[in-house]
Design a binder for this molecule. Structure first.
Ligand SMILES: [Zn+2]
Ligand SMILES: [Zn+2]
Length: 73
């Protein structure tokens, strides 16, 4: 569990690791499959992520009280 966050964390994240940085996972992201995908009925790709990585890809609208990662320094 990540005590940097102030939002609820699903029990489904328990025991999962961020697919990017390997910290404890607090979110899960899923691919959107568009109607014009060559295989529109396939299962979307999913990945568990931590708050920092989630904020990095989703932006400041997320409720996570952490700084986003800096990919380029
Ligand atoms: Zn991460
Ligand atoms: Zn979060």
């Amino acid at each position: 569990m990540n005590d940097e966050t102030t939002h609820p964390i699903s029990g489904y994240c328990s025991g999962e690791r961020c697919g990017i940085c390997r910290q404890g996972a607090t979110h899960k992201v899923s691919e959107v499959i568009f109607d014009d995908d060559p295989q529109p009925y396939r299962h979307p790709l999913t990945r568990y992520v931590c708050c920092r990585c989630f904020k990095t890809i989703m932006g400041n609208a997320v409720p996570c009280t952490v700084e986003p990662r800096r990919w380029i320094t």
